[in-house]
Write a protein that binds this ligand. Sequence first.
Ligand code: IPD
Ligand code: CA
Length: 263
Amino acid sequence: MNERDLKACLDVVCKVALKAGDLMYANWRLPKQVNEVKQHDIKLALDVKCQELISSELKKFYPEFALFGEEGCEGATNAPYRWVVDPIDGTVNFVFEIPHACTSIALQKLDNQGVYQTILGVVYEPFCKEMWTATRDEVAMLNGKAIHSSERNTLEESVISVGFAKMQKNVNLSLEAMARLTSQVRKVRIMGSAALDLTYVATGRLDAYLEAGVRLWDIAAAGFILEKAGGHFGKTLLTGPTAEPESYKVDATNHWLAGKFNF
Ligand code: IPD
Ligand code: CA
């Protein structure tokens, strides 16, 4: 995809994210149809409906692209391009009518080594109407204005977010980090949307975000946006018999705090 094609693609993806966000917003205060409840997770019929909308809209323009999404995958596993989609990130917030959730769409290209690399990221939060974007060829933006991660460079002055994923093993890793860091940083927050945690770091609202056990669809778009905003997107693939596929430990910070949280 050349620079012009990627720019046109960004335009398409923003429109699709806006549609998904509008659907989310329209359903915010309405009764919700729950598809599945687990100890640390709730899945809604609306998650599926939002992904179907995103998939069908993107297919109108890019029928040959594959899709790797929280609500299912489509197309070949080695397609030259694939979308990585989280239709509603922050579903539990949304269920409880807490207006902090978003739609996240990344575009990835298969490189010569057979590894997918993100070349475009869009995150749309429909409550404050905030659209974050970045492409390989353009800086990170919020509603069309360039953004940069914060300049705070000490733990004492930093405000960080810690996320709690779905498996107990990963919850424990986040708990350990929170117990250790709460007395060292200015404040700890638990926001409930990994994609928004990352875009908040990209925008300088937070200085860091730590979580073990996030999936690729939670972080692909927003992690890319953070990198394009000058931040550090540290991610380690979790492996072993109990690890979920494409799950990561994320240590995301501004440029100055990279590696300082020992997470
Ligand atoms: C979850 C949110 C949450 C994070 C979890 C994610 P979902 O995604 O991003 O903040 O802590 O790890 O799974 O289920 O709301 O799409
Ligand atoms: Ca998610």
